[in-house]
Design a protein around this ligand. Structure first.
Ligand code: GCO
Length: 456
């Protein structure tokens, strides 16, 4: 059991539109690339799609009542671009705006603060068809226009905005030749340069998006980017291995090519050198646009890589994991709770922004949840996972790092991308055939942590 977290520590839960909403063609929404992708045989496990998902579009009131029961005072969700501007650009769909108004009003009635992500991978299919979406620079401006449309209409009731969730996942994982399983649209781009160009366009969209939020918001608001930077953990906490982990953190391409430019205005020089002619084309002013002042940084973290000092040119080496290393129900979900602490410490120290508030915007795990004969889900493995990670967060807070809150992924089971409904990440179990919501044991455990404001 830890000591108490600071009094105003934010405890929340997170979801994303395509993963929970369903109602794929309701009230004027048009397909996103994920609708098309999941309708294509062989793309998503068991042929699952987000067409119905948790049908949150129709059950949002029940879901919010459950959130209130959980005791979270903050909820992170995402707004679906193809609900607001079904063709990606042009006409705004009032019914889409109205849905989010109802959702947010219901949250506010329950004294839950909304944190809205403006893009969580559901690119309008129309833009993919028009110009290959993120392969085109046009996307950045379309995104900014969409952001203005949303913020000018919902900014009276939402004051916590996140531009984009995890840039690598809808750029590199969506277009790279070797990504497995791929993400939508799953269009393979052969040139490395073209792949880096997609993430550059997404960064540009983020920068223009920040400007659009600040211009459109009728009230003062907080603006964040959510990233899943790669975390390097010293295998032993001695000065030599800590230094090695820090060097490795700097050298991860994913870090140098996403979070570095967003926070410093420059791609890491090491990455650019490494990429050579495969580096993206960067137009004058791009880096200035990308490097917008932020009020907060969102950190999505599930695992990490161990590093040790080594007698080689780099001064470090990444360590593979032994065969029996503990892992949750995903190939990449190795249990490395120190990821929370080191992820925060590296970013604060490396990027020289010691006071930029950080929120864990996602952490959680898939487990092989089953209903027992009494109709309960006793997910002690998820509790184990979360407890270790909460303790790591407590360490970061108690050492003075600017961690201000923690959103568990996910509030409820949902459509886990290429894994469909096969992997469950929720605190609430969804019985998909009946849409019944069943809080798991981890729900009760988290409720108690929130009540006591400490790890229990
Ligand atoms: C992510 C996504 C989530 C996933 C979660 C588990 O950030 O990867 O935001 O949509 O469902 O991470 O894989």
């Amino acid at each position: 059991m830890s000591d108490q977290f600071p009094e105003n520590f934010i405890w929340g839960a997170a979801t994303a539109s395509y993963q929970i909403e369903g109602a794929a063609l309701t009230d004027g929404r048009l397909p996103s690339v994920w609708d098309t992708f999941s309708a294509t045989p062989g793309r998503v496990l068991n042929g699952d799609t987000g067409e119905v998902a948790c049908d949150h579009y129709h059950h949002y009131e029940t879901d919010i009542q459950l959130m209130a029961k959980l005791g979270v005072k903050h909820y992170r969700f995402s707004i679906a671009w193809p609900r607001i501007i079904p063709n990606g650009r042009g006409e705004i769909n009032q019914a889409g705006i109205d849905f989010y108004k109802r959702l947010v009003d219901c949250l506010l009635q329950h004294e839950i603060t909304p944190h809205a992500t403006l893009f969580h991978w559901d690119t309008p299919q129309a833009l993919e068809d028009l110009y290959g979406s993120w392969r085109s620079r046009e996307m950045a401006q379309d995104f900014a226009d969409y952001v203005s449309a949303v913020v000018s209409r919902l900014g009276d009731r939402i004051t916590h905005w996140i531009t984009i969730n995890e840039i690598p996942c809808f750029t590199h994982l969506s277009y790279a030749v070797n990504s497995d399983p791929p993400h939508a649209p799953g269009t393979r781009v052969n040139r490395l340069k073209d792949i880096w160009q997609t993430s550059h366009h997404a960064l540009l969209a983020h920068g223009l998006g920040v400007q659009a939020i600040r211009a459109a918001s009728p009230v003062a608001c907080s603006v964040a980017l959510v990233d899943n930077w790669a975390v390097t953990v010293p295998i032993i906490e001695s000065s030599e291995h800590i230094l090695a982990a820090k060097k490795a953190f700097h050298l991860c391409g994913q870090n140098g090519g996403i979070i570095f430019p967003a926070l410093t205005g420059n791609y890491s020089s090491i990455l650019l050198e490494l990429l050579g002619e495969n580096a993206p084309d960067i137009q004058p002013k791009d880096l200035e646009i990308i490097h917008q002042p932020l009020d907060c940084l969102g950190f999505n973290v599930y695992s990490a890589t161990y590093v040790r000092a080594a007698n080689n040119k780099l001064g470090f080496e990444f360590l593979g994991l032994p065969k029996g290393y503990p892992r949750m129900n995903m190939p990449w979900l190795n249990i490395v709770p120190e990821s929370i602490y080191w992820g925060i410490r590296h970013i604060s120290e490396t990027l020289n922004q010691p006071n930029l508030p950080i929120l864990i915007t996602e952490n959680g795990c898939a487990a092989q949840d089953e209903l027992n004969p009494q109709g309960e889900v006793i997910d002690s493995d998820r509790i184990f996972y979360l407890r270790q990670h909460f303790n790591s967060a407590y360490r970061a807070v108690s050492e003075g790092y600017p961690l201000q809150g923690y959103f568990v992924w996910s509030f409820m089971d949902n459509f886990e991308w290429a894994w469909g409904y096969d992997r469950r990440f929720g605190l609430v179990y969804i019985d998909y055939p009946t849409q019944r919501r069943i809080p798991k044991m981890s729900f009760n455990w988290y409720a108690e942590c929130i009540r006591q404001n400490r790890v229990v």
